[in-house]
Design a protein around this ligand. Structure first.
Ligand SMILES: Cc1cc2nc3c(=O)[nH]c(=O)nc-3n(C[C@H](O)[C@H](O)[C@H](O)COP(=O)(O)OP(=O)(O)OC[C@H]3O[C@@H](n4cnc5c(N)ncnc54)[C@H](O)[C@@H]3O)c2cc1C
Length: 283
């Protein structure tokens, strides 16, 4: 089990993040990770958040790092700073074009793709490296086979785990896993789980990142815009069913996009069998 957070922008968001971390930490995830804002805009906040998690919680923290809008030397310097501070795990990503730019263009002196970044990180130090995988194919990939080749390049360059983009239909994940294994890839391909409460926002975001939002989900959330409590119950039930179906078919690692909120992730982790390690017993 691993949990993903984003670096907070305001004091209020910061308080929310740390109470989420406190709540989830006793579940002893394998690691927690902190995202890297588009174009490196959160470089220092990501670093500060990763370091505080590592220092204060006893959890292993992984730092996301992207190629966008930075030279190889700049990216290497960020990585070296992590290594020197004791961070051993990087989630290596290409990143998306900054601002309104429609198309990704690599920095002339930068790493062009995530596979180049993985190779560069391995030259800096012997990091553990996780990379992204796309059960529904990355939107810019010409086809599924080319996208699988990209994943293979990242693993050949030294990554040892793939974490998937979120998806809702478990069949999509299992069909992808079959293709991945048929391509001779044998590393863990950990499903990325997004517990959803803001359905309107999800639809906007999913259109950009190529994830399908099934019609049955739209039906379940229909008419609940003004009813947050029912929305939460529906969201919990969807995510729990999804995770149980994955678990029933042999999946035993999950990566949660927590959106810095503990409630749903905590409940689903419990349903999957996790218990807080430091829990006190009554009496
Ligand atoms: C688990 C996870 C965490 C994420 N965290 C962050 C984050 O913290 N910050 C952030 O900004 N974004 C994050 N993202 C989003 C990610 O940056 C975008 O999805 C981005 O568009 C692709 O990144 P990638 O690492 O998969 O790129 P790549 O693996 O480089 O692939 C990008 C595209 O290029 C193609 N490609 C790859 N290699 C080549 C090649 N040699 N020649 C031609 N085409 C090629 C691929 O098929 C794909 O279409 C995350 C995504 C996931 C799934």
């Amino acid at each position: 089990m691993s949990f993903e957070f984003f670096p907070p922008r305001t004091e209020e968001m910061e308080a929310a993040l740390w109470s989420t971390v406190d709540r989830l930490a006793p579940l002893r995830p394998r690691f927690v990770s902190v995202t890297y804002g588009a174009g490196g805009t959160t470089r220092d906040r990501t670093h500060a958040t990763v370091m505080r998690i590592e220092r204060e919680t006893g959890l292993r923290a992984a730092a996301h790092l992207t190629c966008v809008a930075a030279t190889r030397a700049e990216v290497d310097a960020v990585a070296r700073r992590y290594w020197d501070a004791g961070i051993r795990h990087i989630v290596a990503l290409r990143g998306d074009p900054p601002g309104d730019a429609a198309r990704y263009v690599p920095h002339p002196d930068g790493y062009a793709f995530a596979s180049d970044l993985v190779a560069g990180l391995k030259r800096v130090a012997d990091f553990e490296i996780s990379v992204a995988a796309y059960p529904e194919v990355h939107p810019e990939a010409p086809d599924a086979a080319a996208d699988l080749e990209s994943l293979k390049r990242k693993l050949d360059a030294g990554a040892t785990r793939a974490i998937t983009q979120y998806f809702f239909d478990v069949e999509i994940y299992f069909r992808y896993l079959d293709r991945v294994r048929a391509a001779g890839i044998d590393v863990p391909v950990v499903p990325g789980i997004l517990p959803v409460t803001n359905f309107a926002q999800l639809q906007r975001f999913s259109a950009m990142c190529g994830a399908t939002v099934p019609g049955w989900m739209a039906d379940l959330f229909e008419g609940l815009d003004e009813d947050p409590e029912t929305r939460r119950l529906v969201a919990a039930s969807i995510a729990a069913e999804q995770c149980r179906a994955l678990q029933a078919n042999g999946v035993d690692e999950f990566h949660f996009y927590t959106l810095n909120r503990a409630g749903l992730t905590y409940a689903i982790a419990r349903i999957l069998g996790l218990r807080p390690v430091a829990a006190r017993t009554a009496g």
